[in-house]
Design a protein around this ligand. Structure first.
Ligand code: PXL
Length: 276
């Protein structure tokens, strides 16, 4: 069975990071090993959330894994709590990544033009350095702007997206994919660049005019699960974009209307079926 290591926080309530990645990637038939970077009472969009940083646990845990000879097919990082954790993640890539290990980085730190509560611009620069060591990175436009010193625009055209992709390519990752790219009315999706071939690719589906927390984590988790299962990158991103859009739609139809996260639990059976 393919094995993924995911390094991100546990937000106990709120449906994001590990509480999204673990059920989704496991349901896709891929063993999911977790390395929690912090435990929060909720994600950071709630008021008065608590945080217990776990930086001091990362090295002891991974030292134990080294003795056990663990290796991973994919290492997927999401929300990391501190600059020090970024440095530790780099070491983990070297220690646990073989030639066949795919390093997938979602540099979770910002959205809608703003950094999340825990982060500053220096953190964004360090995240840019981490992204340089990846095979695939999947920032949203805000994160890409912070990492490349680019002005954030709410309204943009294809040239702006391609310019941003070229700047991201300069960080050093093999494949760079921007998420949440909307180039026509009513559509949204991904726009990527394979820096090895210079080829751009895009996939758009219908935009739902509402934004939910954790949708980036849903998208990344499905992409990682699909890549681990051997789908091509384009197939993986298409599946992930379709699944995320479908899950947002189902969440919108829920009369309880949970503002804090999407109802991926309701759509997991469809995801499993789509894998055949
Ligand atoms: O979904 C991204 C995410 C992950 N982890 C924590 C967050 C967020 C987004 O706000 O707060 C703790």
């Amino acid at each position: 069975m393919k094995k993924v290591l995911t390094i991100q926080d546990i937000s106990c309530f709120g449906k994001c990071s590990i509480t999204v990645a673990l059920p989704i990637i496991s349901a896709m038939g891929v063993e999911t090993v977790i390395l929690p970077t912090a435990v929060l009472s909720t994600h950071t969009m709630f008021k008065d959330f608590t945080v217990k940083d776990l930086t001091d646990q990362l090295v002891p845990i991974t030292d134990h894994w080294k003795k056990e000879g663990l290796k991973f097919d994919v290492i997927y990082t999401g929300y990391l709590g501190s600059a020090e954790e970024i440095e530790i993640a780099k070491k983990i890539f070297v220690e646990f990544g073989g030639d066949d290990t795919m390093i997938f980085i979602d540099p979770v730190m910002a959205d809608n033009g703003k950094l999340y509560a825990a982060f500053d611009e220096n953190y964004a620069k360090l995240n840019a350095g981490l992204c340089g060591t990846a095979d695939i990175i999947v920032p949203n436009i805000t994160e890409a702007c912070f990492m490349t010193d680019t002005e954030y625009k709410e309204v943009y055209d294809e040239d702006y997206v391609k310019d941003l992709l070229q700047k991201l390519a300069g960080l050093g990752s093999k494949v760079v994919v921007l998420t949440g790219v909307s180039l026509s009315e009513g559509k949204t999706g991904v726009y990527g660049l394979d820096t090895r071939t210079g080829e751009y690719f895009t996939y758009q589906n219908d935009r739902v005019n509402v934004s939910y927390h954790g949708t980036g984590d849903v998208f990344s988790s499905v992409s990682v699960g699909a890549i681990a299962r051997g789908l091509s990158m384009k197939e993986a991103f298409r599946l992930a974009a379709d699944y995320t859009a479908r899950t947002i739609q189902v969440t919108e139809e829920n009369p309880e209307n949970p503002w804090y996260g999407v109802d991926f639990e309701a759509t997991i059976p469809e995801l499993v079926e789509a894998l055949g």
